[in-house]
Design a protein around this ligand. Structure first.
Ligand code: NAP
Ligand code: GDD
Length: 323
């Protein structure tokens, strides 16, 4: 039996990797695509899968479009990856972020509840919900303390997923994923901002890199590894919530050092601290404990931060050289 999957956020970093994984597993994949004035499918082209998907027009803020997408796709599994996902922008667009990242989840859960209650549901929850951390290593039992409108909206999305699971018996799971990166990462996120800038500096197209709080620490993994965990969650008999992380935390400063050293440069010669990139409230440190995902799902991260940064930087060097 061929399974049908519907992915929201299919044009994003995780959506592209997940679509590729599901196609490889023999799924028929539909992707929800919000109307934009310019092309957003470059990641799907980059992975060579653009023509293998069915595209459904829809926006998480528009409940009727979400209902139509669920009815049309007849999904066995829905992966809700669509979001305004940049923490920094969430202070500038708090209402959009709240509607899309928070209420948007209810739009999908309601459509599933009413039209397709057998459908299994994955919610893209986030380590940003831990915010001002309440335990040194965060796991599924660590209390939440979000520090941004993004974190607050995602916390709503997380709890409404738990609530629909408990209220209506939906097979609804949340992956509490820590930061994950790749060559397909948006340029505004710090790892990709750094690898792109290092490539430009190395190739003589840029001189300096302006950053904010480089003492912040993140638990960074590879997006290609993390989408496997999403799929595994929906293959379990029982829905549940899982932390997905590497269990290692590193400063932005150290990540910069790794990237600059890869091309024999010293980050201290190029990085400038710019108050414009500091946030109104910071998440100083995130460090996940993926023990439950390892035990129950048999999942573990395969890619070290060093090889991840090298992979991203090599891709940026090739791209910038062609510009
Ligand atoms: P991303 O690259 O920013 O992709 C976000 C996707 O959401 C894009 O396809 C975007 O479409 C879509 N989208 C935005 N607004 C929408 C709307 N109103 N209706 C429908 N779709 C909309 O994010 P990502 O890194 O792949 O992350 C995937 C999900 O995981 C997000 O929910 C994110 O919050 C969450 N998450 C990410 C991480 C991480 O480290 N990457 C960690 C934890 C959780 P356009 O292309 O048209 O903009
Ligand atoms: N983006 C950015 N740009 N971040 C910077 C900069 C800069 O110039 N300088 C320092 N940082 C710091 C941020 O203050 C933050 O502490 C850290 O680098 C990581 O920032 P991002 O890469 O923007 O990611 P994030 O941790 O805020 O959010 C990402 O991870 C979350 C999971 O914890 C996003 O992918 C979210 O969608 C995701 O939920």
């Amino acid at each position: 039996m061929i399974k049908n999957a519907l992915i929201t956020g299919v044009t994003g970093q995780d959506g592209a990797y997940l679509a590729k994984l599901l196609l490889e597993k023999g799924y028929r994949v539909s992707g929800l695509v919000a109307r934009r004035s310019s092309d957003t499918r470059w990641r799907l082209r980059e992975l060579g899968i653009e023509s293998e998907l069915t595209y459904l027009d829809g926006d998480l803020a528009d409940a009727s479009s979400i209902q139509r997408a669920v009815i049309k796709a007849k999904p066995d599994e829905v992966y809700n990856l669509g979001a305004q996902s940049f923490v920094g922008s969430s202070w500038d667009q708090p209402i959009t972020t709240g509607i899309v990242d928070g209420l948007g989840v209810t739009h999908l859960l309601e459509a599933i509840r009413q039209f397709s209650p057998h459908t299994r549901f994955y919610q893209a929850s986030t380590s940003e919900m831990f915010g001002l951390i309440q335990a040194e290593r965060q796991d599924e039992n660590t209390p939440f303390y979000p520090r941004s409108p993004y974190g607050v909206a995602k916390l709503y999305g997380h709890w409404i997923t738990v609530n629909y699971r408990e209220s209506f018996g939906l097979h609804a799971s949340s992956g509490i994923l820590f930061n994950h990166e790749s060559p397909l990462r948006g340029i505004e996120f710090v790892t990709r901002k750094v690898t792109d800038a290092v490539a430009r500096i190395k190739l003589g197209k840029q001189r300096e890199l302006r950053l904010g709080n480089i003492d912040a620490k993140r638990d960074w993994g590879f997006a290609g590894d993390y989408v496997e965990a999403m799929w595994l969650m929906l293959q379990q008999q029982k829905p549940d919530d899982y932390v997905v992380a590497t269990g290692v935390t590193t400063t932005v400063r150290e990540m910069c050092r790794i990237a600059f050293e890869h091309v024999e440069l010293n980050y201290q010669d190029h990085v400038i601290i710019d108050p414009a990139f500091f946030r109104p409230a910071e998440v100083d440190v995130l460090l996940g404990n993926p023990g439950k995902a390892e035990r129950v799902l048999g999942w573990s991260p395969k890619t070290s931060l060093e090889s991840l940064i090298h992979m991203m930087l090599d891709a940026d060097l090739r791209r910038v050289a062609k510009e």
